[in-house]
Design a protein around this ligand. Structure first.
Ligand code: KG4
Ligand code: ZN
Length: 809
């Protein structure tokens, strides 16, 4: 479906980037100069920090006031910010869910543009400065020339700056008193602008984005695109909800600080980030380039470009470039060797790829594509909308690779590589096409058709799907995996997809909440589609469609709030768009239920230990849904202790798998570590003392110049953890008289812990269940089990549900 076809289209527009929940339902009517906006109803209202609660019902109410229903919606439009990070993501994730549920296109537009259109609507003409609130004494400054036909941008990409910098950037354009200011940043910073000589402020009603402003911005953008391309039917945006992403103006704090660190001129001691390849057992990793890599990168550059006329960059050139703002470099390393690198430089809204190379023995492994994806991702976070590069006109293989990533030829530089040897200029829209999303990449199309139309089904296929129901889709996004699964009426998992972000967090030694939240927003549509396709394959069709589902389950908590809201907002949009009931699930209950994959006849009462990166507790499961928490940790969680010890040893994140692999080869009696609260007589745990004594041990050995025996250290640390865990579990089983014991959470994947429980309880005649390894760490199959039970009992949630980061059993 194309929004600018000849008939009018009903568009639902939303934006939660600011304290204003903007919502409007309008018809876009093809007009003379493009589309006219005919607003049918608006639901704009101030709603501080309640967007996730109110957004979906506001959409429904606004549609009702327009005399329409969800089914009538032809397209969804969302404000992409910039604005409050969480706010932007709630709007975008909800909009993605709506588009998937409705099977309709999703478009995005700049929230600042929407504000400018609101100012235009209020009758203001001339120069208008929109000042969005970026928190931390910063603003998103955007200058427009507003004429009768609407506002025109006088800037390339949305950016962020301190108030004084914004003021001085506009000083060259006009006198301060010629610029009319608007934007929610004025609520806090108006005085500063006044002090700098600004005296004209738009009516406060025009400071926030409105649904109508979004719609006008979209209509204008599409008209502009048509005029520019000379093709009246070329859509400016494809409508693919996977491609609509927030406008970010900076990387996460963790990444920004890292970039600063890496760019330092003389940091001979920059720690090589990321896991040690061999220990982590994860080969080929990508990370930002640092000064320590420069020599190896220059050597590789020399090798790769020796046969061509291209002059290789020297180490000096690389290290100078690394320190430049707006220059982005990534390397791929394997077993400690640099095997590839790529770099780009920001030029306005374009990320110009300056170098990309992969070592001889590592070609055709997709490394160049992955490197370019990382480099252009960072560039996008800095405001790039496109990426361009030059490629040898005679290098067909390279051109094919770039075409697969979405680059298309836009020009030619004659004689660039010497006489008669041209370069092609290729350009791609960001984000690049991820190869895995296309089975057979079409080099001529950088966008795929959306909505995806499911192939027709035979009567038997349709009957098989209907007969397997009720089918429930479950969504998990509480930490660093974006996961979805589908469970059928018989309790079988018919699809199970986990997209892990570990790569993005490993080099920081732990999960960075801001990165987790961004990655969920980016991955959610792809994971949804893959899950629906996997379930489709189970039934012999290409994909399931929302109408095949009976309900949507989603993790409500506990977890990282910024991560939870993405899954929840998507789930709510999906449920509202396809008229399905919503079911909120407790993540910890999911970890408990994961034991049913191993022991389907497991029945309460029993005792369970939940051990993950965030939790350490003993639970008496009196009945499903009736949980008595016998005790929990008073400080760190077990998984957290593993992660912190690994970080102290420079082993990267997550720590559990590396430590347990090392421990398997070590002597657990080599070092004595304290068993805190072993005999406290209750079910409380404490792990921070153990963590501290391990770190103290490491420091002391380092100081004394003694090499640390990693396997012995890991085994001794693990033994201290396991002794306490087992002792308290035994007490709990004795006290409750339980005949079953089970374990849940990421740490349940630890082989030594699993073994210790089996050995100890084996002697007592207590049956021990541990989930299959894949069901220990976070996944949505376990969430689906809980959702199904809720669904069967009619325990549904409503669409006002919000994330509950501290939810307890
Ligand atoms: O359940 P999970 O995936 O996420 C949370 O809800 O926290 O658990 C992740 C945690 C991490 O701390 C990780 O280090 C730990 O589980 N973990 C392990 C092992 N595998 C994962 N801890 C010990 N031994 C393991 N083999
Ligand atoms: Zn978990």
């Amino acid at each position: 479906m194309n929004i600018d076809s000849t008939t009018s289209q009903l568009v639902l527009a939303i934006d939660t980037s600011t304290d204003m929940l903007a919502c409007a339902v309008a018809e876009l009517v093809p007009g003379q100069a493009g589309a006219d906006v005919r607003v049918l109803a608006t639901g704009d209202h101030l709603c501080r920090r309640q967007a996730n609660v109110e957004l979906v019902s506001t959409c429904q109410d606004t549609l009702a006031r327009a005399g329409r229903s969800m089914d009538d919606v032809d397209a969804v439009l969302v404000g992409r910010g910039p604005g409050s990070f969480t706010g932007v993501r709630i709007g975008i994730a909800t909009a993605k869910g709506l588009a998937c549920g409705l099977e309709r296109p999703l478009f995005g537009t700049s929230t600042l543009d929407a504000v400018a259109w609101g100012v235009w609507r209020s009758g203001v003409r001339g120069l208008v400065g929109v000042v969005g609130d970026a928190m931390r004494r910063e603003v998103y400054p955007a200058l427009y020339q507003v004429g009768e036909a609407g506002p025109e941008r006088l800037f390339d990409v949305e950016s962020v700056s301190k108030v004084p910098a914004a003021v001085s950037a506009w000083a060259g354009r006009a006198d301060h008193d010629q610029i009319m200011l608007a934007g929610d940043g004025l609520k806090k910073y108006r005085v500063q602008f006044e002090a700098a000589g600004f005296s004209r402020f738009a009516d406060e009603d025009a400071w926030n984005p409105t649904g109508e402003g979004l719609l006008r911005a979209l209509a204008a953008e599409r008209v502009a695109a048509h005029v520019g391309s000379g093709d009246a039917t070329a859509p400016a945006q494809s409508g693919d909800p996977a491609l609509v992403l927030p406008v970010y103006t900076r990387l996460s704090d963790a990444e920004e600080n890292e970039a600063k660190r890496l760019g330092l001129k003389e940091p001979a001691t920059v720690a090589t980030t990321g896991c040690d390849d061999a220990l982590a057992d994860r080969h080929l990793q990508l990370r930002p380039m640092n000064v320590n890599d420069v020599a190896a990168v220059a050597a590789l550059e020399g090798e790769v470009f020796a046969p061509s006329n291209h002059t290789p960059w020297s180490a000096r050139l690389f290290s100078d470039d690394l320190a430049e703002p707006g220059h982005i470099w990534w390397v791929a390393h394997d077993e400690g060797q640099i095997v590839g690198y790529a770099g780009a430089v920001m030029a306005g809204g374009d990320a110009q790829v300056s170098n990309v190379a992969v070592a001889e023995g590592h070609r055709r492994e997709g490394i160049a594509g992955r490197l370019l994806a990382r480099v252009t991702y960072d560039a996008q976070m800095l405001g790039a909308a496109t990426s361009s590069l030059e490629v040898d006109a005679e290098n067909a293989a390279a051109q094919r690779l770039y075409a697969q990533l979405g680059y298309r030829e836009v020009g030619r530089r004659p004689n660039y590589y010497g006489k008669g040897h041209d370069a092609l200029i290729m350009e791609a829209q960001l984000p690049l096409v991820t190869p895995s999303r296309h089975d057979t990449p079409d080099p001529h199309a950088s966008v795929r058709p959306w909505p995806i139309v499911a192939a027709p089904r035979s009567d038997e296929e349709a009957a098989a799907i209907a007969g397997a129901g009720p089918l429930i889709l479950a969504i998990e996004s509480s930490c660093d995996e974006t996961a979805m699964a589908i469970i059928d009426g018989a309790g079988q998992i018919v699809a199970n997809v986990v997209a892990t972000q570990i790569d993005f967090h490993a080099r920081f030694g732990g999960v960075v909440p801001e990165i987790a939240s961004r990655k969920h927003t980016e991955a959610v549509v792809g994971v949804y589609e893959e899950t629906m396709a996997q379930a489709g394959a189970h039934f012999g069709v290409d994909t399931l469609v929302p109408a095949d589902l009976a309900a949507v389950g989603v993790t409500q908590g506990p977890g990282l709030v910024g991560a939870l809201v993405v899954g929840i907002a998507f789930a709510k949009g999906l449920a509202a768009g396809s008229d399905l009931p919503l079911i909120g699930v407790d993540h910890l209950e999911g970890h408990l239920f994961a034991n049913l994959f191993e022991t389907p006849d497991l029945r309460p009462p029993f005792v369970a230990s939940l051990v993950s990166g965030g939790h350490t507790m003993l639970v008496h499961v009196r009945d499903w849904g009736d949980y008595e928490v016998l005790g929990q940790t008073i400080d760190d969680a077990v998984g957290e202790a593993f992660d912190k010890v690994a970080k102290a040893l420079g082993l990267g994140y997550p720590g559990g798998p590396v430590i347990s692999r090392l421990a398997a080869k070590g002597n657990k009696k080599a070092i004595h570590f304290p068993r805190a609260m072993m005999h406290s007589g209750d079910y409380s745990f404490s792990l921070s003392g153990l963590k501290t004594s391990v770190i103290t041990y490491i420091n002391n050995e380092n100081k004394a110049g003694r090499p640390i025996n990693l396997p012995d250290l890991a085994a001794s640390f693990e033994a201290a953890v396991i002794d306490v865990q087992v002792a308290k579990a035994v007490d709990a089983v004795r006290q409750t008289g339980a005949k079953d014991f089970c374990v849940g959470g990421g740490v349940a994947a630890n082989p030594q812990l699993r073994e210790a429980y089996k050995r100890r309880f084996g002697h007592m005649g207590v049956r021990v269940t541990v989930p299959p390894l894949s069901a220990c760490t976070d996944n949505a199959a376990m969430i689906a089990l809980v959702a199904k039970r809720r669904f069967d009992r009619g325990e549904l949630s409503d669409l006002h549900m919000d994330a509950d980061p501290n939810m307890s059993l």
